[in-house]
Design a binder for this molecule. Structure first.
Ligand SMILES: [Zn+2]
Length: 257
């Protein structure tokens, strides 16, 4: 279990250096395309970790502000562009499945501001923790337990949450935009749990509620196994018209970047 707060007590613990081998990986509950986005972000963290590891506490105190500020900028732009591209591919597949030409449905980008804010917050926390630890070691302790692994372990978890979870939400909200077009905004959906012992209390409550529209239906946990199912599969008038006009998506090429 990763300790969520840094206490002075933690400075006295020896760290297992082997842990760093497996630290900068994406969790397996993510889909492969999601893992690639998370790993690209974790690589940036790992680069900083390697550099900091070779420095003395005084050097770290000197450099940490600049290093983490540049990490923040790089991490944010990498996360946003990779999330955007990954959701775009997912979105294109959905449009393909339903044969919807461009311009009818929009990709969701509403989570990006949250991603930005979360990355800035985690970088500020990382910077503050490392700085206070290094100042302490500089003056009061030998170097034998000086190790930034616990700090990066916390940062990795936060990156997985900020990037991985918000990517999952961006996909789901994009999927909802497509479903709103295909089935109409007023379509009601049931919340379906896996109905086994692992289902949490919150999801049980969701399942017990009457069916709701997509705007009323909350987002599931990032790792959730619940599903939503429309009360019926009747198409919206808009989508029916589109199908009746026989416009085909295949003809339309879209360009990006
Ligand atoms: Zn749950």
């Amino acid at each position: 279990m990763v300790k969520q707060i840094q206490t002075i007590d933690e400075y006295y613990e020896f760290e297992d250096e082997d842990d760093e081998q497996s630290l900068f990986y994406a969790p397996s509950y993510l889909e492969v395309d999601e893992q690639l986005v998370v790993v690209a972000c974790l690589m940036l963290l790992e680069q900083r970790y390697r550099v900091l590891k070779s420095m003395s506490p005084s050097e770290v105190v000197e450099e940490i502000e600049n290093m983490i500020d540049s990490l923040n900028v790089e991490l944010t732009s990498t996360a946003i562009s990779k999330i955007d591209n990954t959701v775009y591919d997912f979105f294109e597949d959905l449009l393909e499945d339903y044969n919807i030409p461009d311009g009818y449905v929009e990709q969701d980008t509403s989570m990006y501001e949250i991603v930005r804010e979360s990355i800035t917050t985690l970088c500020n926390q990382l910077k503050g923790e490392i700085k206070q630890k290094s100042m302490f070691f500089e003056d009061n302790l030998g170097k034998d337990t000086y190790n930034l692994l616990p700090n990066f372990r916390r940062a990795v978890q936060k990156v997985i949450d900020a990037v991985g979870s918000n990517l999952i939400y961006s996909k789901e909200k994009t999927h909802r935009n497509v479903d709103k077009f295909v089935y109409g905004e007023d379509k009601l959906y049931y919340w379906l749990t896996a109905n086994d012992a692992k289902v949490c209390g919150w999801c049980r409550v969701q399942e017990s509620l009457p069916p709701r529209t997509l705007d009323e239906l909350p987002l599931d946990h990032p790792w959730g196994r619940c599903e939503r199912e429309p009360v019926d599969y009747l198409y919206s008038n808009e989508y029916m018209l589109l199908l009746a006009r026989g416009e085909y998506r295949g003809e339309i090429e879209s360009f990006r970047e």
